[in-house]
Ligand binder design. Structure first.
Ligand code: 4NP
Length: 158
């Protein structure tokens, strides 16, 4: 089993949306027995909260139901996940400070490493912006999730 963790700051906007999109792609490819995913935040701000209503809405527009409660990344995640895919460089740096990270054997990567329309750029935080920010973020996450899945399929010969 390949396990993928998506990480942002609050775990209510970007990373639960990435989790929902990726899960849907995995399901469509018939790979639910091979690949799992989850999401987490680096902060404690929204623990046990539902995703932001704007993330829920943009997901629903694409027939994706988000089903996740906010949680904070912790040291046991480094043992569970082969891939930790992070939304921006601030959170990338924050993850490196979580206890246990120095022993991490998996891949810590930026989400948009997999986005041909903006390699290695940040997925902007849409929380304080207008609703159209969520559409932009959805499109970035969609492209990135598609390429990430291709990479995993190839690398692990699924
Ligand atoms: P996320 O967005 O990191 O994509 O979940 C945010 C959600 C909440 C806050 C910041 C970003 N906040 O400051 O509460």
């Amino acid at each position: 089993m390949i396990n993928v963790l998506f990480v942002c700051l609050g775990n209510i906007c970007r990373s639960p949306l990435a989790e929902g999109i990726f899960k849907e792609l995995v399901k469509k490819r018939g790979l639910t027995q091979n690949i799992t995913c989850d999401s987490a935040g680096t902060s404690t701000y929204h623990i046990d909260e539902n995703p932001d209503p704007r993330s829920i809405a943009i997901a629903l527009e694409h027939d994706i139901i988000l089903n996740h409660l906010g949680r904070q990344i912790n040291s046991s995640d480094f043992n569970k996940f082969e891939y930790i895919v992070v939304m921006d460089t601030d959170n990338y740096e924050a993850i490196k400070l979580v206890s246990g990270y120095p022993h991490y054997k998996g891949e810590l990567v930026l989400m948009r490493k997999f986005d041909s329309l903006g390699r290695n750029e940040n997925v902007p935080d849409p929380y304080f912006g207008a609703d159209d920010g969520f559409k932009l973020v959805y499109d970035m996450l969609r492209r990135s999730c598609e390429e990430l899945l291709e990479e995993i399929v190839k690398k692990h010969q699924l």
